[in-house]
Design a protein around this ligand. Structure first.
Ligand SMILES: NC(=O)c1ccc[n+]([C@@H]2O[C@H](COP(=O)([O-])OP(=O)(O)OC[C@H]3O[C@@H](n4cnc5c(N)ncnc54)[C@H](OP(=O)(O)O)[C@@H]3O)[C@@H](O)[C@H]2O)c1
Length: 248
């Protein structure tokens, strides 16, 4: 094994991916599992069997718990999946269209899931992460850095997640916990189906990506592995844009 392979070997490590039941989080969960980690995911459905046949959801080899992260009490009460925790990935997220995010109910829902729960989940596992000198990876979005059409809570929540990544990175560094983030561009998941499954919107979106393709969950997973590994031992509080050049 090369030096780099060794640093990306997660055998004996434990990983929890919140929002690991689908899409980007699910891809990240499998990448850690492939590299030897014990991986547990949280999602919204009652049981792992409820994801059978859903595109972008493969729970084979992963532990699963239903936790509605819009409810801080549910996060506090969720069972700890492992005695120790090395890596916490926060990939939960939602978006509401048709101007729902301009209304109070829609705003509150998106902020609760995309921003508030990032802090609540991180705090839930603070002790375990300190014991393992572990790391947190927050999946935000390039929406953190720009205006988005019709989804003010999504953009604000993601800007908040980037900010929280910085502040937690600073606050927890003395305790040996690194906190970093990934800001994906456009990845085909159920969250983006409104664009990717509409022929004209799909073409328009693709034409704006210098690397000429949508991102894959595996593209995000590669960066997550790096951020959880000793290769990034001196990086904290940073969010890496992974967008095929879209924001250039
Ligand atoms: N796809 C993109 O182009 C893109 C771009 C930038 C950023 N992102 C971010 O990437 C992250 C993952 O999104 P995705 O594209 O992979 O979409 P996705 O496939 O819809 O995944 C979202 C995940 O969040 C979970 N989730 C949503 N609401 C929840 C709640 N109340 N409680 C617990 N879990 C909840 C979902 O659970 P279920 O599986 O049960 O629904 C799912 O596991 C999000 O933070 C998103 O904002 C995505």
């Amino acid at each position: 094994m090369s030096e780099v392979d060794l640093e990306l070997d997660f055998s004996g490590r434990t990983v929890l991916v919140v929002g690991g039941s689908s899409g980007i989080g699910n891809g990240i969960a499998h990448e850690f599992h492939t590299r030897g980690a014990q991986v547990h995911v949280w999602g919204t459905r009652a049981g792992a069997q409820d994801y059978a046949g859903s595109a972008g959801s493969d729970l084979e080899g992963l532990g699963y718990t239903q936790v509605d992260v819009s409810d801080p009490d549910a996060i506090a009460a969720a069972p700890l999946p492992f005695d120790t925790l090395d890596v916490l990935v926060l990939s939960q997220g939602t978006v509401l269209y048709k101007r729902q995010e301009f209304e109070r109910v829609g705003w509150d829902e998106v902020m609760a899931i995309n921003l508030d729960s990032v802090l609540h989940c991180a705090r839930r596992f603070e002790q375990q992460l300190e014991s393992s000198r572990g790391s947190v990876i927050v999946v935000s979005s390039i929406a953190a850095y720009m205006a988005t059409v019709g989804t003010p809570a999504y953009a604000a929540s993601k800007a908040g997640a980037v900010s929280l990544t910085r502040t937690l990175g600073q606050a927890w560094a003395p305790r040996g916990i690194r906190v970093n983030g990934i800001a994906p561009g456009m990845v085909e998941t159920k969250l983006t189906a409104i664009t990717t499954e509409h022929p004209q919107r799909r073409e328009r979106a693709l034409s704006k990506i210098p690397l000429g393709r949508f991102g894959l969950p595996a593209d995000m997973a590669g960066v997550a592995l790096f951020l959880a590994s000793p290769l990034s031992a001196y990086v904290t509080g940073q969010t890496i844009v992974v967008d095929g050049g879209l924001t250039l």
